[in-house]
Ligand binder design. Sequence first.
Ligand code: GLY
Ligand code: MN
Ligand code: MN
Length: 428
Amino acid sequence: MRHAPIDPQLFIENRHRLKRLLRPNSIALLNANDILPTNADGSLRIVPNSDLFYLSGVEQEESTLLLFPDADDPSLREILFLRETSDVIAVWEGHKLTKDEARQISGIKNIQWTSAFPPLLHRLMCEAEHVYLNANEHKRAGSAVQTREMRFVEEIRRQFPLHHYHRLARLLHRLRIVKSRWEIDLLQQACAITEAGFRRVARFTRPGVNECEIEAEFIHEFTRRRATFAYSPIIAAGRNACILHYIQNDQPCRNGDLLLLDVGASYANYNSDLTRTIPVSGRFTPRQRRVYNAVLRVLRGLMAELSPARRYKDWQKSAEAMIEKELVDLGLLTIRDLRKQGQDRASLKRYFMHGAGHPLGLDVHDVGFTTEPFAPGWVMTIEPGIYIPEEQMAVRLENDVLITETGVVDLMAKIPIEADSIEELMHR
Ligand code: GLY
Ligand code: MN
Ligand code: MN
């Protein structure tokens, strides 16, 4: 792993918190993600399973975690199963975790090789009543490809059809939405790396550079700081910024364009999610500055309204009302347009058509419950935007914040956001 070691207490406490939510006499099982194949004999780099990482700190392929808090034998209450290395693996793939290393990372004492899993599972299943299995229950998760976890779910239910099975994901979402101090520290580190990338790019950007050259500047800064892209970066000049998921990043940046940068670093699997919109020339035109300041006002308004007990739905409505007002002031809509529009808010949606933010953590669109009130410990993004294809431009701004009892802490407070400070940074 590239990141610095993480205090294993993070994972130890996460397991404690989960155990308190399990029914008596329950086993919980979690698996690593597949290494996804591409073409020929190619494959992607493994993306660690967020839940397995959350409970163990382990990022290695083929790992399985078994938790059985009520096991009669105390040494079998937490077991981590790892892929055993060999001479061949050592030559072709390099180092795999030793049992001692896995103990240090996870705080789990009982580390076994995966060959020990079938007999131990059989023995413990005979003792257990309930079984908690994991699945990707993110509302927008794709299901076209069967995950390693789902293959496991099918197999264990075939082998042990008479146990009571339960959903682990619901419990994990409840835990993961509230961030601990270690997690906040890691998220803050991810934001700091993103800041370094943004500052580099702001100084680098000038008319004539291609969007992909800007992507290269980010990746240089992120990789040397032991981070990766948290998601495919959106580097969109001019009209491209009106395409919400623009990731081609292959067009020239022209004098007079605004450049939308939606780029975040992932450090130790914790993600940041930043958007800044900067003028390619280094100076906003008066019109660009007006749109920019409108979006900035909405961001600040939404930050003030992100308080415990508020509900996502109401916060989103508030975002829409703020943006509608700005659209009228910018001459893009009239009061009459707003009165005329139906429940679907079609007029607003010509210029703003997405969510005001989302939970952030081990996943960029992190797990959680947007149907429940905000609570202290949640980390959220705030990301208003105004998209004006007829003017070949869009402005979106996005910061990551921690919700506390007394208001939000802006984890991106140090990243320039005022139009003047963006210009100053670009001219340095
Ligand atoms: N970059 C993805 C998002 O802003 O949600
Ligand atoms: Mn976001
Ligand atoms: Mn973003």
